[in-house]
Design a protein around this ligand. Structure first.
Ligand code: GMT
Length: 378
């Protein structure tokens, strides 16, 4: 199949899922065309089946805000026509679904039919999409999509609860490449960070308010009173300066290290003993799945789709949002040498249920269905 993939090319989870999906589809021989405003971060692979089309956003003195959505729709029209695409798959509703709708309607006037699938990832529904400025457009473009998927049952429920959506939503969870995300031997790294055999705790995120990174730091502060431990914070974002300040107030620079954005996050995960995902909203929790695949148990909140991923008592524990006391107690339980190996096994076995080889056919089936329905219409 010839598939156009539209996503945010930056570090966000939706862009990662879209890029990994395209790469995996290309490995299976599908022709994949990424249409984005810059090279997707994880598009680091050469394949004859992978193509990248940049959306050029031209400014003009009249525009206070350059019309990105129009440039994107225009590019989609161009790529569909020149490359003969079979379908468009847009990730994150805003503004990708409405741009795809516009492209589809423009192409109709040129005698070309192109279906589009919209995948809802989270904040496009739970935060930004709900805003009254966007809601009517989000509702319209979801209903106009030829097919809609969401990354968890909870996100599907939320979409029906907050938008007047009549379209059937299919749940296809995030997935993981177990060849890349696996525990690697990095003992020298562990020794450098934990010279006295301390346990290594880790959190990765884009440091937005919704991630509640302050809870990670406060839990760590409680845990280290009982279990010798170090904390690594990976990623970057608006809350980072405040989190650095908080951590310096509580601990020494040696106890909590901020590593910034890392490409090879699996190397850090390989030497970690516990992962935190303390978000107040989280549609799936891809970063937690990456940790589990590297045999790292997870302390998560019960927000959004997290309980669908993290199985309480098996791959880690699920706690109420903001309940740092319970999170600290559960962390201490997992880190006990009598329990740690069992939780590491539990994390890995749970991650295996989201192996890309199992999830990819779900997307391929959907593509075939949408293309067949499109052909049958004419
Ligand atoms: O986590 C973020 O803030 C980034 C965000 C995105 O849309 O790029 O991630 C969302 O999509 C991921 C992939 O489907 C999910 O694993 C994340 O849970 C989801 N984030 C939130 O719902 C906050």
């Amino acid at each position: 199949m010839k598939i156009g993939i539209v996503c945010y090319p930056t570090y966000g989870g939706s862009g990662v899922v879209a890029t990994e999906l395209g790469k995996s589809l290309a490995k299976k021989g599908h022709e994949i065309h990424f249409i984005t405003y810059s090279q997707p971060t994880r598009l680091d692979l050469f394949s004859e089946h992978l193509h990248y089309h940049e959306v050029a956003i031209k400014n003009y003195p009249l525009f206070q805000y350059p019309p990105y959505e129009l440039a994107l729709a225009g590019k989609m029209v161009d790529v569909v026509e020149t490359e003969g695409l079979d379908l468009l798959h847009v990730h994150y509703a805003i503004p990708h679904a409405s741009a795809a709708y516009m492209a589809r309607e423009i192409l109709k006037t040129k005698g070309k039919t192109i279906p589009f699938i919209t995948t809802l990832h989270g904040t496009d529904i739970t935060l930004v999409g709900k805003d009254e400025a966007y809601e009517p457009v989000v509702t319209f473009s979801i209903n106009q999509s030829d097919m809609v998927t969401s990354v968890s049952e909870d996100l599907k429920k939320d979409t029906y609860a907050h938008f007047d959506v009549t379209k059937e939503i299919e749940v296809i969870p995030n997935f993981i490449d177990l060849d890349r995300f696996k525990k690697q031997k990095k003992d020298h790294f562990k020794l450098a960070i934990c010279p006295n055999g301390e346990k290594l705790l880790v959190h990765t995120s884009n440091f937005r308010k919704v991630k509640r990174v302050q809870d990670v730091i406060n839990v760590f502060d409680k845990v280290r009173q009982v279990v010798p431990a170090k904390l690594l914070l990976v990623g970057d974002g608006p809350e980072r300066p405040a989190m650095e300040k908080l951590s310096r107030e509580l601990c020494s620079q040696d106890d909590i290290r901020f590593l910034g954005k890392l490409e090879a996050v699996e190397e850090v995960l390989s030497v970690s003993d516990l992962f935190f995902m303390t978000s107040e909203k989280e549609s799936f929790g891809l970063a937690a799945l990456e940790a589990m695949a590297c045999e790292v148990p997870v302390i998560s909140t019960n927000a959004g789709g997290l309980p669908e991923l993290n199985i309480d008592g098996r791959s880690g524990f699920v706690c109420e949002v903001g309940d740092v006391e319970t999170m600290a107690q559960k962390s201490i339980h997992i880190l006990d040498d009598a329990n740690l190996a069992k939780f590491k096994e539990g994390a890995l076995s749970r991650a295996k249920e989201f192996d890309v080889d199992q999830i990819l056919p779900m997307y391929e089936n959907l593509y075939q269905q949408v293309i067949a329905e499109n052909v049958n219409q004419f």
